[in-house]
Write a protein that binds this ligand. Structure first.
Ligand code: ATP
Ligand code: MG
Length: 561
């Protein structure tokens, strides 16, 4: 990945560069991306993926994909598959290193037995509410469980019987024996195993005790020979526990390094909340183009390059901050400006009849496919007596500074001629239904031989050749930058933007767009970047999603509050 080739640019890369220099881990670099398969990946995950896989690529190391699948009730193969697909789409490859924490259940169990034998873990009979009561508060020490000094033999016997399914859920837990007075709550005899008579999507009914995150994660890192275990800041105060387990067991000890999450404005990213939106029908699935999921962004028209570029720009730090949604938009705009072919499409059509253009005749105009890419060439665009222009490009009582079309005024039609408006046709309700205009056949090159000037250039589509299509326009999914913590005091679900989706029917597209395939991206001149929807677009009715507007419309979005 060229765009991430900034060795030692951030503190994580600095640590790794120093470790290589000092010969730690024999100079090896091995990272992992450890998603829990309980939802689809979102833009925040992209940052972690770019960081872990990016570092492996840059330092000649390896990065594993490991599913952290210890929670049988929320996990599903649907997510296991979508996550792999999304990581590949983003441009990264774990080669043959696909792992599942559930594959380590046997080894984890054996290590737990070892910990019991060392007198470092015990079976506790306190119920959940008692455990939290005994734990104490951050400013007051906890109390020891009455089972803390249970003899090793008894612990071994009970733990085995827990595994064998002799007890109901919640009857016992296996806890580490650390320090009930520790300042770090995570060290107050944390649970390692809970009894849960639940079927797991990979191990089936083999287990009825499941290891928790802390017990699973560090040991899995160790089994895989991970050198740098990179995670987000909320695990900072779990690090002493991560280290404690590995020290007690005396096995390979990776270094945990924490960085700040990527937080984007005007969205929520926690999988729990994304799932709620999907389940409650507030959006049209995980891949709704408004969603901050990789699926949603992809369907919206975002490229992997643009997402990697955003992650690189945001950087890797230890300080939490909020990244404006506008950054994401800017990243895709810059990418598509270079790569997206241009086309003309009229979203809110107004018919124009060119009275001096011969009836029954048409001609071909040449249009440039991409001014940013000289190799992209030109295309044929038909022009004729009847065309469509945008309603917003005409004003009946136009102010002086309105440089588009108005009665008696002249405008340039992109790649065609000067056009002058003479008459306005209205229906009974007073709505404008048609403009009567004339064109100047001498202005084919966009200039008048007599030197007269026009200020505005507008796009158009030939009525006879136009393709009708549905076009979806989007605004941010939420009206507030931080929906979970907004000054309105409203619940986040009430802050969903009612204008986040607008669907326009019977938009008029130039005929070359009829050859576009699902997923193809274009710049519709003056209207923004669009892509053919991969789900709903059909040969009969094409559907385009607006990926992003041409300019930053941020100020406009803000004004709407
Ligand atoms: P969520 O709270 O959104 O469900 P999670 O952290 O529980 O996220 P996991 O599947 O456990 O989701 O995350 C996999 C990896 O992605 C973890 O290493 C996690 O730290 C990282 N990650 C999750 N969200 C972000 C984010 N916003 N920015 C950077 N990394 C993230
Ligand atoms: Mg998680």
């Amino acid at each position: 990945m060229n765009e991430t080739k900034q060795k030692s640019a951030d503190f994580v890369r600095q640590i790794i560069a120093d470790d290589i220099q000092s010969g730690k881990n024999d100079g090896r670099v091995h990272t992992r991306f450890p998603p829990e398969p309980n939802g689809y990946l979102h833009i925040g995950h992209a940052k972690s993926i770019c960081l872990n896989f990016g570092i492996a690529n840059e330092f000649g190391g390896q990065c594993n994909l490991r599913f952290d699948d210890t929670n049988p009730t929320t996990e599903d193969v649907e997510y296991v598959e979508s996550i792999q697909d999304d990581i590949r789409w983003l441009g990264f490859d774990w080669e043959d290193r696909l792992f599942f924490a559930s594959d380590y259940f046997d080894r984890l169990y054996e290590l737990a037995v070892e910990l019991i034998k060392k007198g470092k873990a015990y079976v506790c009979s306190l119920a959940a509410d008692q455990v939290s009561e005994y734990r104490g508060k951050w400013n007051e020490p906890g109390r020891n469980s009455p089972d803390r000094d249970r003899p090793i033999e008894e612990n071994l016997d009970l733990f085995e019987r827990m595994k064998n399914g002799e007890f109901p859920d919640g009857k016992y837990t296996l806890r580490a024996k650390i320090d009930m007075a520790s300042n770090n709550m995570n060290l107050r005899d944390p649970a390692l195993y809970r009894i849960r008579h639940e079927r797991h999507h990979r191990t089936g009914d083999q287990w009825c005790i499941y290891p928790n995150y802390d017990w699973t994660h560090g040991q899995s890192d160790s089994f895989e020979g991970i050198t740098h275990s990179i995670c987000t800041l909320e695990f900072e105060n779990h690090r002493p526990l991560y280290d404690w387990f590995l020290e007690q067991l005396g096995i390979h000890h990776p270094q945990q390094i924490e960085f700040a999450k990527l937080q984007i404005s005007h969205v929520v990213t926690s999988k729990r909340r994304l799932l709620a939106m999907v389940n409650e029908g507030l959006v049209d699935g995980w891949d709704d183009p408004r969603m901050p999921t990789l699926r949603g962004l992809r369907r919206r028209g975002y490229t992997p390059e643009s997402i990697r570029s955003l992650c690189q720009r945001v950087g890797v730090t230890k300080a939490n901050s909020l990244t404006d949604y506008a950054w994401l938009e800017q990243a895709i705009r810059e990418d598509l400006n270079k790569t997206a072919p241009r086309a003309m499409a009229v979203l809110n059509p107004l018919k124009v009849v060119i009275e001096n253009y011969p009836e029954g005749q048409s001609e071909i105009r040449q249009a440039i496919n991409n001014p940013e890419d000289p190799d992209a060439g030109t295309r044929d665009v038909p022009f004729g007596r009847e065309i469509f222009i945008e309603r917003s490009d005409f004003m009946e009582d136009a102010p002086k500074k309105f440089f588009r079309l108005a009665p008696g005024r002249e405008v340039r039609l992109r790649y065609a001629y000067f056009l002058k408006c003479h008459d306005v046709v209205k229906d009974a309700s007073g709505e404008i239904t048609e403009l009567r205009c004339t064109y100047d056949p001498e202005t084919a090159g966009g200039k008048a031989p007599d030197g007269r000037k026009v200020k505005g250039t507008i796009h158009w589509v030939s009525a006879e050749h136009a393709i009708d299509a549905t076009v979806r326009l989007y605004e941010t999914l939420f009206t507030e930058p931080t929906p979970l913590n907004s000054p309105t005091g409203l619940d986040w679900k009430e802050l969903i933007n009612p204008n986040s989706l607008t669907e326009l029917k019977s938009c008029k597209l130039e005929p070359s767009l009829g050859n576009a395939n699902p997923g193809d991206r274009f710049q519709f001149e003056r209207n923004g970047y669009f892509c053919v929807d991969t789900k709903d677009s059909t040969a009969e009715e094409m559907v385009f999603n607006r990926t992003v507007t041409l300019k930053d419309t941020w100020a406009k979005v803000k004004d709407k509050k």
